[in-house]
Design a protein. Structure first.
Length: 300
């Protein structure tokens, strides 16, 4: 599985053809962005001073052998890896970061938060067992970051433990879990996602419907139809106008995979008159898919 999820902060590396899932669901990562963004402001000048540091130099500091606080070293490591392609997929370095994560079991949770991001940015499957273990962490932000990292790595062997997080108390955890299951596209998780269609949090419901649609499961088709309706989004409590376009794009990507019946008129209207050119293009693709495949009827 090569699909990746959005970077949790700053810019993403450019690709010739970005993953539709990467484009469509960026707004669901808000809790993670808030975590990283708040620390980024605090350490802005420190990051500038550390631009040319070898990421490996932070490991001794993370383990308590340096002048910086361990959590600061973990933060700088996660930031450096965002721009260091040489260490992407490096098993040896991933194992060293895993070792630091294991040693941070009882330490400041900020260390584990940033090490989870670092492991996601390295992207080696050797980190999967450790990240799965962090899904039981007593710090919510560690769990959210570990879920994000598992989505980046894309190893669907973690789908079962991730699906269990759909029942978590934290809405942020449930939102990220549904998101990551859409990356995995593992059909065995459909039952949990179907239950999550009734979650009280819109982002959880929407992520679940998109994930199911990407697996060509029509259980969330009616909800996907609502998600491309601007009036529905405007009437959804807690959803701001700036999120409408990305919500619609997410639904349209899933509808392109699903091709449900009963939406031709709405898709045509979006294709012809929506103010956002990205939505017009996505509606066109979904309409073509709906007309060229055996459609799935929308649930009432």
């Amino acid at each position: 599985m090569t699909t990746t999820t959005p970077e949790p902060e700053a810019t993403e590396s450019e690709e010739a053809e970005p993953s539709p899932f990467k484009i469509a669901l960026g707004f669901f990562i808000l809790p993670l962005l808030l975590v990283i963004g708040g620390i980024s402001v605090f350490l802005m000048f420190g990051v500038l001073a550390h631009e040319n540091v070898d990421p490996a130099e932070y490991l001794p500091e993370i383990n308590g052998r340096g002048i910086n606080e361990p959590w600061q070293a973990a933060f700088h490591l996660s930031q450096q890896l965002q721009f260091n392609d040489e260490l992407h997929g490096d098993q040896d370095f991933a194992e060293q970061v895993v070792d630091s994560m294991e040693k941070a079991e009882e330490a400041d949770p900020r260390i584990r938060r940033f090490l989870a991001i670092a492991l996601g940015r390295i992207g080696h499957t050797v980190a999967v067992p450790t990240l799965v273990g962090r899904l039981a962490d007593n710090d919510t932000e560690v769990r959210v970051n570990a879920l994000w990292a598992l989505g980046i790595i894309g190893d669907a062997s973690a789908a079962g433990p991730v699906a269990e997080q759909l029942a978590a108390d934290s809405a942020d955890v449930r939102t990220m879990a549904a998101y990551v299951l859409g990356v995995f596209r593992e059909p065995a998780t459909s039952p949990q996602l179907q239950v999550a269609l009734g979650d009280p949090i819109p982002a959880v419901r929407w992520n679940s419907a998109v994930a199911l649609g990407l697996m060509q499961d029509a259980s969330g088709a009616a909800l996907l139809g609502q998600m491309i309706d601007r009036s529905y989004l405007e009437g959804t409590p807690g959803v701001v106008a700036s999120d409408h376009a990305t919500t619609m794009l997410a639904a349209l990507v899933a509808l392109e995979q699903l091709g449900p019946a009963g939406l031709d008129e709405r898709l045509t209207a979006l294709q012809e008159s929506d103010p956002d050119p990205r939505i017009r293009d996505a509606a066109r693709k979904a309409l073509i898919a709906a007309q060229s495949t055996e459609p799935t009827e929308l649930a009432n």
